[in-house]
Design a protein around this ligand. Structure first.
Ligand code: ADP
Length: 432
């Protein structure tokens, strides 16, 4: 069986036939800082070796350094939210904004989808200020809702400023840093992300976007929701994550009422705060049609429901499918798990298996090509077809769920890896 045959043309045609695709609720500016650890001097801090030794958000300057040291010394990526305005101001003073780039799951998805002939990609951006508007690609099929309806962000922004920024501190393999008088070398090029986003951390769906999509619900075929990782358990005004998730759910239900054919996808991302993650698992999973996550994210879900996370991190397919079966309740009828080398797709009845598989193949080509070149270029997809897959294709039924283990294309020395998960999940969902 040739699982990649004909998928490029198929995907292009499928995109052309699409209706409006909506993406919410997390678009932000990333500030890229290439770190020079020599400049830090001697840091007098204990090195956190395990994730559990880290604070779950940054509340003081020491927390910031702990996160940075953790990533640097262990060579593993980490994201922490900044909870203190003083720390935010200190980082700004110490490092500046760095190089500005478009970020946030929704904006990343938009960037990954607009190169294809989808008719309309509608993205939620709040606050929609000049700085972020300028970072969006100049594509004809990209829209936000402005004061006068659908428009490109650059024609619709309101005000100027940077009220939210996700700093990406990048370090390279071989750089060294002095901690408690000892020199440590970075084992692997990596990044530490410190995010300041109080302005959108409630994931509030605001006007004019809100009224527009309610009014035009019939035009929207797919809605991809993400950004939960920037939420807080309790907000300074006393509201809780449960309150906020209930509000979001009300919005989703209002849209379902207006258009029962609209499909909703939840992109999990790395939700570090226990209370936020559990609220998403308990309140939202069963209300969405589709869910996308990677091995680290599923390992947290597994732990939350009483399983050993290590099996998931070790990519034990049997255990992965078992956990997925457990969470597929209510509306949740599609789960797209992605790891390096394969995807596992779980489907309940009612899906067209052929188009689901082709969508995975297309997503895999897109991820590989984006990894290789840094940005999507449809013309170069065909070269990805020659990369051999390392897993065997497999398809089976269990507990009334159809599982597809889909081998993907892996690029040996990628130019970028950030944002690939968003590309994979969004293409798999909207094309499937
Ligand atoms: P991010 O949050 O940065 O998007 P994820 O872990 O969600 O990261 O997604 C990364 C996914 O990208 C992996 O699961 C894998 O499927 C794909 N990927 C990573 N590296 C490569 C590569 N070199 N070539 C092709 N695909 C890759």
């Amino acid at each position: 069986m040739k699982i990649y045959d004909g998928v490029i043309d198929w995907g292009i045609k499928r995109a052309r036939d699409s209706k409006m695709i909506a993406l919410g609720f997390h678009s932000v500016i990333d500030g890229l800082v290439k770190v020079d650890p020599q400049k830090f001097g001697n840091l007098d801090l204990a090195i956190p070796r395990e994730l559990s030794a880290l604070p779950d958000s940054i509340k003081c300057i020491d927390d910031f350094w702990k996160g940075l040291i953790f990533s640097f010394v262990n060579g593993s990526a980490l994201q922490l939210m900044i909870d203190s305005k003083e720390v935010y101001e200190w980082i700004m003073k110490t490092f500046g904004t760095g190089t500005l780039r478009l970020g946030g799951t929704s904006a990343n998805m938009a960037k990954g989808l607009v190169p294809f002939p989808f008719e309309k990609i509608l993205v939620y951006v709040y606050p929609l200020e000049k700085e972020i508007a300028n970072l969006f690609p100049n594509s004809k099929n990209l829209f936000v809702v402005g004061k006068h309806g659908l428009d490109h962000p650059i024609n619709a922004y309101d005000g100027e400023g940077i009220e939210a920024i996700h700093w990406i501190f990048e370090f390279s393999q071989g750089q060294s840093m002095t901690i408690k008088g000892k020199i440590y070398t970075c084992p692997r090029s990596n990044r530490f992300i410190a995010s300041w986003n109080p302005v959108n951390s409630k994931l509030e769906v605001r006007d004019p976007f809100k009224s527009y999509v309610i009014e035009h619900a019939q035009d929207i075929s797919h809605f991809l929701v993400s950004g939960f990782h920037i939420m807080q358990e309790i907000y300074p005004d006393g509201e809780t994550v449960d309150d906020r998730i209930d509000k979001l759910l009300e919005f989703v239900m209002a849209l379902r009422e207006k258009n029962s054919r609209m499909k909703f996808h939840l992109e999990f991302a790395s939700i570090r705060r226990d209370g936020v993650r559990k609220a998403v698992e308990e309140k939202l999973f069963s209300r969405f049609d589709s869910l996308g996550l990677n091995e680290v994210e599923l390992s947290w879900v597994a732990r939350d429901i009483g399983y050993d996370e290590k099996d998931i991190l070790n990519l034990d397919v049997e255990r992965i499918s078992q956990i997925i079966s457990k969470i597929m309740r209510g509306n949740l009828s599609r789960v797209h798990f992605h790891a390096l080398g394969f995807y596992l797709l779980a489907l309940k009845e009612g899906y067209n298996l052929e188009s689901q598989k082709k969508a995975l193949a297309f997503a895999s080509l897109a991820a590989a090509q984006r990894a290789m070149d840094g940005e999507i270029n449809l013309e170069r997809f065909k070269y990805m077809l020659d990369i051999p897959e390392k897993y065997d294709y497999k398809e089976w039924e269990e507990d009334g769920i159809h599982f597809i283990l889909f081998p993907t294309k892996v690029v040996p020395s990628p130019k970028i890896t950030v944002g690939l998960g968003d590309t994979i999940s969004s293409l798999g969902f909207v094309l499937g």
